[in-house]
Design a protein around this ligand. Sequence first.
Ligand code: MLT
Ligand code: MN
Ligand code: ZN
Length: 315
Amino acid sequence: MRVRLLGTAAGGGLPQWNCACAMCTRSRRDGTGRTQDCLAVTGAGRRWYLVNASPDARAQILATPELAAGPGLRETPVSGVLLTDGELDHTIGILMLREGSPLEVYGPWPVLDALRDSFPVRPILDPYGSLTWRAARPGATIALDEQLSATAIPLGVKKPRYARPTPARTSPEEPPLPHASSLPPHVARVGEPWVVAYRFEDRLTGGSLVYAPCVAEWTAALDAALAGAGCVILDGTFFHDDEMLHATGEDRPARAMGHLPIADSCQRLRAHPGARKLYTHLNNTNPVLAEDSPERATLDAAGIEVAYDGLVLGL
Ligand code: MLT
Ligand code: MN
Ligand code: ZN
C-alpha cells in the first residue's frame, strides 16, 4: 500500500487564522504551516481513499500528483472517504467533493446519523447525487481495492460539540440508510462508536497501518489493533493535558477534548516496539511542532516521528 499524509494539523490548522499563540506566530514567520488532518491511501495505486475530509481537502488534493484527475474527462483516482469521527475538521471537506464523482463515504453509524441530523451534509448533498454512505461497523472488513482492506477499530463515544443530544432515531417512518446492516436502525446504533481508528492491510505486500487521529483513552481494542502492525499514525493533538491553558488561557484539558496527550500515549507505544510510529493531528499549541523543544527531544529519544504534510509511506 502507498500512503500520503495530506494534512497533519488538528482542527484550525497551523497557523490558525485567528491565533497569535507562540507556535502560530512562529509558523507564520517561518512559513512552516500544516493543513488539517487527512491521509490518502491506496493498495494497487488506481483507487485512492481519503481518511477524513478536512476543510483543506480541495487544496490537499490539488497538491497531490497521485490524486490528479484523468485520464478520462471527469475521472479521478479519489474513490471514497473513510471517516474516523464526525468532527468538523474531518467532515467539512465532504462538502468540497460535490462535483459529481461517485464517492463512497464510510463512517461509524452515529457519525452517519449526525451528518443527516445535526450537521446535515447528507441531505444537503443528496441532490448532487454522487455520494454513497456506508457504515463502517467495528470489526467488519471493508474491501477498498484488489489488495487493500480496512477494518474499523472502536475507540470511543465522544460526540462533536455540534451534535445535539437528541433521542435515538427510532421513528418507524425513517427509511434505512443505504447498505444498512440487517439490524433495524435503532438496534444497529446501540453501542456503536462515535470514534474509530482504521487498520489497513495489504494482502499482497503484508503491510499494515493503523491510523488513529482521535484517541481519547488507551484501550485493549487499540492495543489489539496495534499488535503486529507495521506502522501506526496516532493522535498527537496535545503533548500535555493542560497545554491549552498554558498556550491560550482556555482551560480545556486534552483528555476532556477526547485526545490522550502524547506524554501518556508515548509510554503506551513502548508495548509495540516493532512498528514505525508517527504522531499526527497536531494542535497548534503542541510543543513538538518546534524541532528544538524538549518535548520533541523526548520523541526523538523514543524513536517516534512527528508526521508532516506530504510524507509518503510504502507498506
Ligand atoms: C477535535 O479534534 O477535538 C476537534 O476537531 C476539535 C474541534 O474542532 O472543536
Ligand atoms: Mn480534530
Ligand atoms: Zn495558535
